[in-house]
Design a protein around this ligand. Structure first.
Ligand code: CIR
Length: 254
């Protein structure tokens, strides 16, 4: 059960967010705000109390707040972004996190780690080694998890931006897998829902209490998830997709 979520409003500088998909165009601020409002409403509908932080124009990608912390049952880990333009975003989350957590931990250099690379399955955390998260960062997180009697393991990534770009744990042993993770033996024990190549973006779904939030415009994924018995809320986040953002990156949930 998630009781809380933290989001950060997008700034006008979102148009300068890092992207590998310039063909999708530039995010339109007015629409991005409306979509952010809808996202917050959906979280509230799922029973979550939402803390909304002000936009930080200095950091174009700062609305992707998931990347700057990992929130577990027992502690919050303040991350260390691997993207140079995102360095410093993590400082801005500390005050907000302190309201909810007594135990704060920190990824220290030369470690880097972004929350999008961390997938929680009960007390175990899969940590993707990506262009953003290095082995040292992953090791630091695993060591800290063990200190709090939890565990972590490493997943090598070759293509995806983040681990959760192509992977989502929905609960009840159900996992969404796409792209390079479809054949990864680490996920063999799960009941896998394989995402179609042409809807690969929709692998980034989030389970929030009784619902699964799914990006709008992905009918095959929606149907596959519904077939397993989950209730769905579809949300349009087209403007965030333009800068490689998905549903999970827009909030910290705990
Ligand atoms: C970035 O490249 O850092 C942002 N433009 C998108 C971050 C997406 N975050 C995530 O998948 N967790």
């Amino acid at each position: 059960m998630f009781k809380n979520a933290i989001v950060r409003r997008p700034g006008r500088s979102l148009i300068n967010g890092i992207t590998s998909s310039p063909e999708f165009g530039t995010p339109e601020y007015r629409i991005a705000i409306k979509q952010h409002d809808d996202y917050i409403e959906a979280l509230k509908f799922c029973g979550v109390e939402v803390t909304v932080l002000k936009a930080d124009e200095r950091f174009p990608d700062s609305c992707f707040i998931e990347d700057v912390a990992v929130c577990t049952k027992k502690f919050a880990m303040i991350a260390k972004p691997g993207a140079p333009s995102r360095r410093g975003e993590e400082e801005e989350i500390i005050k907000a996190i302190k309201k909810f957590y007594n135990n704060l931990e920190y990824i220290k250099e030369p470690g880097t780690l972004e929350g999008g690379d961390v997938m929680m399955v009960k007390d175990h955390f899969y940590i993707g080694l990506s262009r953003r998260t290095n082995r040292e960062g992953a090791k630091q997180l695993i060591k800290t998890l063990e200190k709090y009697v939890m565990s972590g393991s490493i997943v090598e990534i070759s293509e995806a931006l983040h681990l959760k770009s192509n992977l989502a744990y929905l609960g009840e042993n159900v996992i969404l897998v796409a792209g390079e993770f479809i054949k990864n033996l680490k996920f063999e024990g799960y009941n896998k829902i394989v995402i179609d190549e042409n809807e690969i973006y929709s692998a980034n779904c989030i389970r929030v209490n009784d619902y699964v939030l799914v990006p709008a415009g992905c009918p095959k994924t929606k149907e596959k998830i519904e077939t397993t018995g989950f209730k769905i809320i579809a949300i349009d986040i087209s403007e965030y997709r333009k800068v490689n953002g998905g549903l999970s990156c827009l909030s910290l949930r705990f």
